[in-house]
Design a protein around this ligand. Structure first.
Ligand SMILES: [Zn+2]
Length: 287
């Protein structure tokens, strides 16, 4: 994947090297209340990409006290800003055109280790996630190291897919799907709630594919090999594969929250072939 043509977004909040004491965010009290609300209703407001555990530490920049807002200038930060910028450019055009909903650009928070989010404390071990309450994507780029070392390999398009998946949850929020999902989950049992979660995740995979379709139309910057890398990633972060890796050999689909490897690949490709939001309706299809 070539990213040099992509416009770097200014909506990156760089909290790397700030440790856990992010200032200016929500107070601990507010976070505690939101977290309790989540527990009480059985909803985890955080939408994770893979649920992978973090193994390797990463080189942390020197400690800072205030987040930098804008476009980071280091290599990985600059890459993330360019991918985010392309999601802004594509969805600002495609979301209104395809659905009639306006697109509001989300903020992407880069952090290292631990930070606060509107949905509770964010930890690297949780993997990247989107918080629907503050409309922010949280990403510790050490997740990319994990992908490289143990989650099916890396590659810039695979990393872009991870970011686009989280932005896909933001799109779901803007079209009013996430509130419906949370309502449905609150009034259903564990197994049904998991089934709804799987459809939500597979739709985000498909929306990431749809974004990539439009990026490719605009920049001609991905090739078959890139797609193969993203498919390898989608395969590696399927719940069945993660369960096997964690040593649970009896894989129980009812407990899945993201979908099997085969489902994740299928929906990523459905978006990638069509570029269409309506082709990503996992709730209407058989799944
Ligand atoms: Zn997700």
């Amino acid at each position: 994947m070539r990213e040099d043509d992509l416009r770097a977004s200014g909506n990156v909040e760089d909290r790397r090297g700030m440790g856990g004491a992010a200032k200016g965010g929500l107070s601990i009290g507010v976070i505690a209340v939101l977290t309790l609300l989540g527990w009480a209703t059985g909803i985890d407001p955080r939408l994770l990409v893979g649920g992978a555990e973090k193994v390797a530490g990463s080189g942390t920049p020197p400690a800072r006290t205030a987040p930098a807002q804008g476009s980071p200038t280091d290599q990985i930060g600059g890459f993330v800003a360019r991918v985010l910028g392309e999601t802004e450019d594509v969805w600002s055009q495609e979301l209104p055109r395809q659905t009639g909903h306006g697109y509001e650009k989300p903020v992407l928070v880069l952090f290292s280790g631990v930070t606060r989010s509107g949905c509770g404390v964010a930890q690297s071990a949780m993997g990247p996630f989107y918080c629907p309450l503050d409309h922010k994507v949280y990403l510790d780029t050490s997740f990319f190291d994990d992908m490289r070392s143990r989650l099916g390999g890396g590659g810039s398009f695979a990393y872009a897919y991870v970011i686009a998946h989280e932005v896909g949850h933001h799109v779901q929020n803007l079209i009013g799907l996430l509130p419906q999902v949370q309502q449905a989950q609150a009034s259903s049992n564990r197994r049904e709630a998991n089934a709804v979660s799987v459809r939500t995740e597979l739709m985000a995979d498909c929306l990431a594919g749809a974004w990539a379709y439009h990026m490719s139309q605009r920049h001609r910057n991905i090739d078959e090999n890139d797609v193969r890398q993203a498919v390898a990633t989608a395969t590696a972060i399927g719940d069945d594969r993660l369960a096997q890796q964690a040593g649970r050999n009896a894989v129980v689909p009812d407990s899945f929250t993201h979908g099997s490897s085969e489902q994740r690949v299928r929906w990523l490709l459905a978006g990638l072939r069509s570029g269409s939001v309506s082709a990503c309706d996992t709730f209407r299809s058989g799944g």
